[in-house]
Design a protein around this ligand. Structure first.
Ligand SMILES: Cc1cc2nc3c(=O)[nH]c(=O)nc-3n(C[C@H](O)[C@H](O)[C@H](O)COP(=O)(O)O)c2cc1C
Length: 388
């Protein structure tokens, strides 16, 4: 891996940290762009009380000077604004008061197995790190990857396509970057106004029934050069890397590239993207069933990733569980929770896709300074006759 992203931090601890290593020097960063993404992760109808407390901000504490990277690891710190209320319970150091343990593992969360594996009788030691609060750090790091991608002409966008049984209508034309302009104004980050209203209604109904909701979202990268990733080895196939990154997001249970699972149900003539050439455009396709990947490499078409999220495991009317101290039947922990975070998950998906793609650019083009990267990309585009 040429670009590494590492996060640290617990849900109610002092704060989260993200370190991104492998960015070239000279890359211009915008503080507002990082914090805008932090805020976008907090958007969405169906969030719980915590989002009102959070209002996240990422402070850069290393690797950047006067708005530009210097080539060293970039460190970002995101304070947990709720820590004031958790200072005793989550203090890194011993405290005087005895702190009650959590003994009620939630089905669908890391709670039960985590206590076995990490040899603890207190579910809090597991849930604090398993919580998707960690995605705030990924989004901060992903914003750096996005800045890098922007410098080489790539934009990453996302939108929600389904919340439980409400689906946005299938698109008849391919999406462009411009289509995403108002997406964050929809309370569910859906591009279709009618589906957006229906999704909000669905969340309201199920939330009242103490239910949680899952759904699907799509992340698309525009402006990629062909040839990122490789068919040469399984580890280098970009589809595999993307699936891993997406599935690593808490609660994601399925990933499809392009038509994804749907290709299994159509004959070959409808599954592939025929190849054309003309003097003006060079090589081109008229369809994008492959979602911009063939043989584990980008084709130069928009890269389309579809992701399915399960309903959130913490329920306001808890599921049946067992008290791990007494072994008696009990109700699962009822921690403050969101009911639907598919819109936010899309923003996390953008961060993860941006990271994988930025890594693929760093692997293919190297360069110690961002201008070295740009020159290498330009030379390659010229060699293969690629026209944007
Ligand atoms: C943006 C986001 C927010 C989430 N918020 C919650 C939450 O409030 N409550 C909860 O129980 N799970 C939430 N989850 C899901 C859990 O973190 C996840 O289900 C859990 O870590 C177990 O991992 P698994 O579902 O991948 O097995 C959220 C996930 C994402 C992506």
């Amino acid at each position: 891996m040429a670009l590494r992203l590492i996060t640290a931090g617990e849900s109610h601890g002092p704060g989260l940290t993200c370190i991104v290593e492998g960015l070239p020097a000279g890359l211009e960063l915008e503080q507002d762009a990082i914090n805008r993404d932090m805020a976008r992760r907090q958007l969405g109808h169906g969030r719980g009380g915590r989002m009102k407390i959070e209002r996240d901000r990422a402070d850069v504490t290393a690797g950047v000077r006067h708005g530009r990277t210097m080539g060293g690891p970039v460190a970002l710190q995101i304070p947990n604004r709720d820590y004031g209320n958790w200072e005793e319970r989550m203090n890194p150091w011993p405290v005087e008061r005895s702190i009650p343990e959590v003994h009620l593992p939630r089905p669908g969360h890391a709670d039960l197995v985590g206590t076995w594996k990490y040899r603890t009788g207190d579910v809090r030691n597991v849930l604090e790190r398993a919580s998707a609060r960690e995605t705030a750090a990924r989004v901060a790091g992903g914003a750096l990857a996005k800045a890098f991608l922007k410098a080489v002409g790539v934009e990453v966008r996302s939108h929600v396509t389904q919340i439980t049984k409400v689906r946005a209508p299938a698109r008849t034309t391919a999406l462009t970057v411009e289509d995403f302009e108002g997406v964050d104004e929809s309370p569910v980050r859906c591009l279709d106004a009618e589906a957006s209203r229906a999704m909000v209604g669905e969340i309201n109904v199920l939330r009242k029934q103490n239910e949680s909701l899952g759904g699907t979202f799509e992340v698309i990268a525009f402006g990629l050069v062909p040839g990122l990733g490789s068919h040469i080895s399984w580890e280098e196939r970009l589809d595999g890397r993307i699936a891993m990154a997406m599935m690593s997001i808490q609660a994601m249970k399925g990933v499809g590239i392009g038509d994804g699972f749907d290709v299994a149900g159509v004959p070959g003539s409808q599954a592939h993207d025929e190849i054309f050439y003309d003097e003006e455009r060079g090589y081109f396709r008229e369809t994008n069933h492959s979602g911009g990947l063939e043989g584990g490499m980008t084709t130069g078409e928009p890269l389309v990733v579809r992701v399915a999220m399960k309903p959130i495991p913490t329920l306001t009317k808890p599921l049946r569980s067992v008290d791990i101290d007494t072994k008696e039947p009990a109700q699962a922990l009822r921690e403050r929770t969101d009911s639907c975070t598919v819109p936010a998950a899309g923003v996390v998906g953008e961060a993860m896709l941006a990271h994988v793609l930025a890594d693929a650019y760093r692997t293919k083009f190297g360069g110690d300074h961002i201008d070295d990267v740009r020159e290498a990309v330009r030379a390659y585009e010229e060699r293969i006759g690629w026209r944007r």
